[in-house]
Design a protein around this ligand. Structure first.
Ligand code: SF4
Ligand code: SF4
Length: 99
């Protein structure tokens, strides 16, 4: 994640993506954690729900978004956003906008 970015957990980045781009390291992480359920979902191809990432949820009380596999999230999600420009181009990141 971009150094100094204060993520506001608006969920925009996990709602505006074409699909999860995964690497071997992601599968290894899930295998090591015995999270075959994640691999099953990935392999089913159903990684989106109403155009949002299937692993994204909105809090009932606090109204902010969170990732249900946060500790095991893919590398591409760990790295996002690499630059402010990329964040704004990709998803109107509220953390960059208000930072
Ligand atoms: S895996 Fe988690 S961090 Fe990555 S896009 Fe989905 S909800 Fe967002
Ligand atoms: S778009 Fe930016 S502020 Fe919103 S959840 Fe993603 S990183 Fe955080």
């Amino acid at each position: 994640m971009l150094c100094g970015l204060k993520c506001e957990r608006c969920g925009n980045c996990c709602s505006a993506f074409p699909g999860l781009s995964l690497i071997r390291e992601d599968y290894k992480r899930w295998q090591d954690a015995d999270r075959w359920d994640i691999i099953d979902i990935i392999q089913s191809g159903k990684t989106k729900n109403e155009n949002k990432c299937i692993f994204l949820r909105k809090g009932i009380i606090d109204d902010i978004y969170y990732c249900t596999i946060y500790d095991l999230r893919p590398k591409i999600c760990r790295n996002f956003p690499e630059t402010k420009e990329k964040a704004m181009r990709h998803c109107d990141c509220q953390g960059v906008k208000n930072g």
